[in-house]
Design a protein around this ligand. Structure first.
Ligand SMILES: [Zn+2]
Length: 434
């Protein structure tokens, strides 16, 4: 199912949650009635104002973001070359560049090595993953003052202490291993520290949240993949997977798991978000859910609209088999169907909910910057993270708990997975003795 991806990846028109231009007001004026009874409706929520105290807390944290799609943007924009593309300059039309990463106080970033699901039919998935891993590594080499490749939690702390941004690699889409544990092991050796089990399509061994369930969870080979990731010390990432896959992973994984870029289903009903029962299982597993910022997943009304987008896009695809005509039709459709954006308050609503259901130790941030088009107000790009810190402070979170959310929880989970790998390697060696 490519269409949603196109919607998500391509730039788009969006409404703020308080905007209701006359041409769409008949569809988007749902908040008026809420203001009569509701406590703080979205429209009553004021922009967050930064204070010195929040900035101090923010700067002393290690902010770890779980998912940024910049590597694919670079592949698209400059054919993976840094010759005519300078990340040290402001990049118009993108969410990420070095000046804004600095302004946002990012301490560590998982860069996505995304592999299009079409590769399952066309072949070459492992090659694309290798090229994206190569791009992330070259990016760190190109800007040694800013980035350094990190392969462990200790690396992240050490690199952050030097004032650099720790660059971690996350493979997005389990189809990238082309059903080979050998390929998985080589990804690990090249620095990959998480892999999402699926992207938008069901693979041979795991169902996707946004595709037909063919296996009702993980297949026996899928369980082997999880076991091998545990043995290696690669985080199992359940973002994009179906709920049955999430439950199977939480049954078989010996290490804490992550959802690198997923939000709370109870707040916004979209299958890419995580339901409360799974949030509780992730808490029991010791894992972390890193909240996605994409308006289409976090704004309740937008989530409903996005959910039906699949069918609309499939319809347009059938009607316009030519790619450029199809893209134009999608653009037109989006212009006529803008989604509400939400604000930084919306993101903190998701954090609050996960804290309530799973606990303070099981929530983090996984923005999806440069992988989505529509973002909440004050979180338009990677410079916006301090507003989250401010709003958490405004809602009464302590500095210690804010640090957990910003990155401490993810570092604990990564250390946990590293420990399981050490234990299992000893065990495997022991069983190989004559
Ligand atoms: Zn994704």
């Amino acid at each position: 199912m490519r269409p949603l991806l196109y919607w998500v990846m391509a730039g788009g028109l969006a409404l703020s949650s308080c905007q209701a231009p006359s041409d769409v007001s008949h569809r988007h004026a749902p908040h008026d009635d809420e203001s009569v009874t509701g406590p703080a409706t979205r429209c009553e929520r004021r922009p967050v104002e930064l204070t010195e105290r929040a900035l101090r807390i923010h700067r002393s944290a290690i902010l770890v973001d779980g998912h940024n799609d910049l590597p694919w943007r670079i592949r698209d924009k400059s054919e993976s070359s840094f010759e005519d593309f300078d990340l040290a300059q402001h990049q118009e039309g993108m969410h990420t560049d070095i000046p804004r990463l600095r302004k946002g106080g990012v301490g560590a970033q998982f860069w996505a090595a995304w592999v299009p699901p079409e590769s399952m039919r066309e072949g070459g998935g492992a090659r694309i993953a290798l090229e994206q891993i190569d791009l992330i590594r070259r990016m760190a080499e190109r800007y040694p003052e800013t980035f350094e490749l990190a392969c462990s939690a200790d690396d992240v702390v050490r690199i952050r202490r030097k004032g650099r941004i720790a660059s971690l690699i996350g493979v997005e889409g389990g189809h990238a291993i082309e059903n080979s544990l050998g390929v998985l092991r080589m990804f690990y050796d090249l620095g990959a520290r998480y892999m999402t089990l699926t992207h938008t399509e069901t693979t041979d061994w795991a169902d996707s949240a946004t595709d037909e369930a063919r296996h009702q969870g993980l297949t026996p080979f899928g369980e082997e993949v999880v076991g091998e990731m545990n043995r290696l010390g690669m985080l199992v990432d359940v973002s994009h997977a179906s709920y049955d896959v999430m439950r199977d992973v939480l049954r078989v994984s010996r290490a804490p798991v992550i959802a690198s870029h997923s939000s709370a289903y109870a707040i916004a009903a979209h299958p890419r978000n995580i339901p409360d029962d799974v949030l509780r299982l992730i808490a029991r597993n010791g894992g972390v859910v890193m909240v996605n910022f994409f308006s289409g997943f976090v704004e309740p009304e937008a989530a409903g609209m996005i959910d039906s987008v699949f069918e609309t896009m499939e319809g347009l695809r059938e009607k316009y088999p030519q790619e450029d005509e199809y893209r134009k039709a999608v653009r037109d459709w989006r212009r006529e169907n803008p989604i509400p954006r939400g604000t930084v308050h919306t993101i903190v609503d998701h954090i609050d909910h996960i804290v309530k259901v799973a606990g303070i130790d099981h929530v983090g941030l996984g923005s999806d910057y440069d992988g989505c088009s529509v973002l909440p107000e004050q979180l338009e790009d990677v410079s916006g993270y301090p507003y989250i810190t401010q709003e958490l402070l405004n809602r009464g979170y302590s500095a210690r708990n804010i640090h957990k959310i910003l990155g401490g929880n993810l570092l604990r989970v990564l250390r946990g997975a590293e420990q399981v790998a050490r234990d299992r390697k000893d065990l495997d060696r022991a069983t190989q003795l004559p």
